[in-house]
Ligand binder design. Structure first.
Ligand code: G6P
Length: 362
């Protein structure tokens, strides 16, 4: 409806769309739940997931980052090997395909030309395709065999926020549904856990001032910034860096915590911002080791941790959610930090230079 494409009282679409995320998650729960509180999904999609021996996720930009998280869900919960590919690279670096591949295209707009050209190519080979998109009538949706709708509502800001979290939520539901269809016994109820996520997201969007202040301290005068994480957090720091560079033009990179010492640490100077996410118990101590290494070289460090893993010096503690779904919560501060960094630098938040909302040329 019209209200969705107007800013209302918001200064920017991006801020409005960040705020909409808890509602989008609740909408997804509603749309993917049947009357017995079980997952509702097309039988055709269930079968396609059941029959494949390997999934190839194809996407670009933020949707690619959601795919990296989705791979973890599908592999860990439903035991199907998954590869994630950048759409524009797929035809040059085409992997050896398995016997029964299933292609999953992730695209907010459903119009990204790089992804579409892979779809054309894989259809010629006769392989089935499923598209996750926010626009059900879009090219990638029409041309694929199956579609899963993200239900995020129109996303207007060029920098993607609510589509990313919607993609991850739908991928979690798909992974669990597939596991159940395969007879794998899981204690993880994604619909229930996503409800907890929605509340956690809401408590974060209610604390915007905190992120405004942290952004001021970290980014107001810097030329560059680094984001680090391990395990699941690594994928979120890639997205965090992309958000920051897209709208604030600060040169930003996301790194695996352990990879820092293999090169990037050479760039750390007095005051260089290094933001670390720690939401995974198995890597909590090792990522903190990385934070100490850069702090010792003068970095302006900022740890965002999840409740239960926090330490005194952390700048922000996230409400606790299921570890697998932590990316849905830890990304919110990253989106808000990017937003305020861009705002403080007087950048055009919703329409950053040189970027398009959907890129329909290869
Ligand atoms: C463009 C946008 C990005 C987006 C990417 C993929 O580069 O600026 O925000 O992540 O395209 O778009 P899609 O619609 O396929 O998810």
């Amino acid at each position: 409806d019209a209200a969705d494409t107007e800013k209302g009282t918001y200064p920017h679409f991006m801020l409005k769309e960040i705020d909409e995320q808890p509602f989008v998650i609740r909408k997804i729960i509603q749309e993917y739940q049947d009357e017995n509180d079980s997952i509702k999904l097309d039988e055709d999609i269930r079968q396609a997931m059941n029959q494949t021996d390997r999934i190839y996720i194809i996407a670009a930009g933020t949707s690619y980052h959601a795919g990296l998280v989705g791979k973890q869900f599908i592999e860990r919960l439903s035991n199907i090997p998954v590869e994630v590919h950048i759409a524009s690279e797929f035809s040059y670096n085409m992997p050896l395909l398995s016997e029964k591949p299933l292609f999953i295209f992730i695209s907010q707009s459903g119009e990204t030309a790089d992804s579409r050209s892979v779809l054309v190519q894989t259809k010629e080979l006769g392989h089935p395709a499923l598209t996750l998109t926010n626009v059900p009538g879009s090219t990638l949706s029409r041309e694929a065999d199956y579609t899963l709708h993200l239900h995020a509502g129109p996303e207007i800001a060029v920098a993607s926020t609510k589509a990313y979290t919607a993609q991850i939520a739908v991928l979690a539901i798909l992974a669990v549904d597939t596991a159940k269809a395969k007879g794998i016994n899981l204690s993880f109820d994604p619909l229930k856990e996503l409800g907890i996520v929605a509340n956690a997201m809401e408590s974060l969007t209610d604390q915007k001032d905190a992120f405004d202040r942290i952004a001021k301290d970290l980014f107001d005068t810097t030329r560059n910034a680094f984001f680090i994480g391990r395990g699941m957090d690594y994928f979120v720091v890639l997205e965090a860096a992309l958000k920051l560079k897209e709208i604030s033009y600060i040169q930003a990179e996301g790194f695996a915590g352990g990879e820092l010492k293999h090169g990037t640490i050479a760039l750390i100077e007095d005051g260089t911002p290094v933001i670390a996410i720690s939401s995974q118990e198995n890597v909590n101590l090792s990522i903190r080791g990385n934070v100490q290494e850069v702090a010792a070289r003068g970095a302006n460090t900022c740890v965002v941790s999840m409740k239960g893993l926090e330490q005194n010096e952390d700048r922000f503690v996230l409400p606790q959610v299921h570890e697998l779904l932590a990316p849905l919560v830890s990304v919110i501060p990253m989106q808000l930090l990017a937003y305020y960094a861009a705002l403080h630098r007087d950048c055009d938040v919703d329409k950053p230079r040189n970027l398009a909302k959907s890129v329909t040329v290869e």
